[in-house]
Design a protein around this ligand. Structure first.
Ligand code: ADP
Length: 398
């Protein structure tokens, strides 16, 4: 069965068509600037030339039509007709407390995703547009929703409640949800597989380090804590997000700089993190090269980024009462050796021994800890699309 995976943003659609029998990506691509001047499709069919098509698109329906046309095109297509798409898996950011796992989409599911819009006002409406666009162009194809939050629904109350009046949880659902669930789930399972041990027997800390970054404590295959909260702003310092800070800073900034709450929100989400501290870039490649050539602010940004990850690893080892495995994944976790080194050094007291040579050797799906390290450290290439496709296939096949 071929499964189309869709990740819809407010003006974009990312897609992958995966042949699930071989678990092979047939084509992937991106539609950008939907509803904006310069709308375009970049389509990458496996084994063929990449194509770029610029054409106006008024909405996500136009975008989806273009994607399907590209997939069946006689030159750069990869399937003969739409009938060869068995199902569609949609990434949905916020499932709130309604969804503890992936589900087949029907009217009730759509209504529940709508209900969670206040929890993710930027993301869920875009995901809903993506689903509706797909339903309108392929009404008979089964659709599945896979939620970023679902994997973390196993957290106990002591981990997900905030120290706020309980009424705010009961009435407004203010609690920790966590994100990157498909990634934390994928890499924790993959770690167990690579180590040849049942995931049920392992205490794993998974570090998803990309533009958005989060850490999870995965005990026996279940998420028991994670660093992102009600929104993705909490936890680690990220590309442009501040991560953990004293919430009183919000009022202080509003008072001192006469800012609106929207101004402060923008500072915390878009102008902070690596970008804010370095005053240079949100991209780790720029930060490491500037730090290496003596830029003090970039060096501080790099140190802060790593120090905070290290603190979470320590905290989650304590939360689980032990630690067997650390996984590093996503753009930074998979590619930046200096970050891995700074995160892991100083954790010897927990039983972590990093192998410097392995760490420098562009590791992928392998150990970077020494043979005698009590805690195994793995670099794993995350694959959120494959996780979505597998869940979709499982649900469609019943
Ligand atoms: P997201 O999916 O959250 O947008 P990614 O997982 O792609 O983010 O990670 C983006 C981050 O990873 C950026 O900071 C970027 O500098 C870093 N990164 C990605 N690839 C590389 C690489 N080959 N070398 C160094 N850094 C990389």
């Amino acid at each position: 069965m071929n499964i189309l995976v869709i990740n819809a943003g407010s003006s974009s659609l990312k897609y992958q068509l995966i042949d699930m029998d071989a678990e092979k990506v047939l084509a992937k691509g991106l539609v950008e600037r939907i509803g904006i001047e310069g709308a375009n499709l970049q389509h990458r069919p496996a084994g063929k030339e990449e194509v770029r098509i610029e054409t106006p698109m008024k909405d996500h329906v136009d975008g989806m039509k273009l994607v399907l046309d590209a997939l069946v095109d006689k030159n750069h297509g990869v399937i003969a007709s739409m009938d060869e798409i068995g199902a569609v898996g949609h990434r949905v950011v916020h499932g709130g407390e309604s969804f503890k796992e992936s589900v087949l989409i029907d009217d009730a599911v759509m209504a529940a995703i709508e209900e969670n819009v206040p929890l993710a006002p930027l993301h869920n409406p875009a995901n809903i547009m993506g689903i509706k666009a797909c339903l309108s162009v392929m009404p008979k194809t089964p659709m599945v929703a896979v939620f970023d939050t679902a994997f973390h629904q196993t957290m106990p109350a002591k981990a997900y409640l905030y120290g706020l009046p309980i009424d705010l949880y009961r009435r407004l659902k203010v609690r920790r949800y966590g994100f990157h669930g498909t990634s934390h789930m994928y890499v924790s399972k993959k770690a167990a597989e690579l180590l040849g041990k049942p995931v049920e027997s392992l205490k794993i800390v998974t570090c998803h380090l990309g533009n958005g970054s989060s850490v999870s404590a995965v005990d026996g295959g279940r998420s028991v804590d994670t660093s992102m909260g009600l929104t993705p702003l909490e936890g680690l310092m990220m590309g442009t997000r501040c991560g953990d800070m004293d919430p009183a800073i919000v009022k202080y900034l509003m008072d001192r700089d006469h800012l609106s709450i929207e101004d402060v929100d923008k500072i915390l989400n878009k102008k902070s993190g690596l970008l804010g501290v370095s005053d240079l870039s949100s991209d780790m490649r720029d930060i490491t090269s500037a730090a290496a050539s003596g830029n003090e602010d970039a060096a501080n940004a790099l140190e802060m980024f790593c120090y905070r990850i290290k603190k979470y690893i320590g905290a989650y080892a304590a939360a689980m009462g032990g630690l067997d495995v650390i996984v590093l994944t996503a753009g930074i976790g998979e590619n930046v050796a200096i970050v891995r080194e700074k995160v892991l050094s100083g954790l010897e007291f927990l039983g972590v021994k990093m192998d410097k040579v392995k760490n420098e050797s562009r590791p992928k799906d392998v150990l970077i800890s020494t043979d005698d390290s009590k805690v195994k450290v793995l670099v794993i290439a995350t694959d959120e699309e494959m996780t979505i496709a597998r869940d979709t296939q499982r649900l469609v096949k019943g």
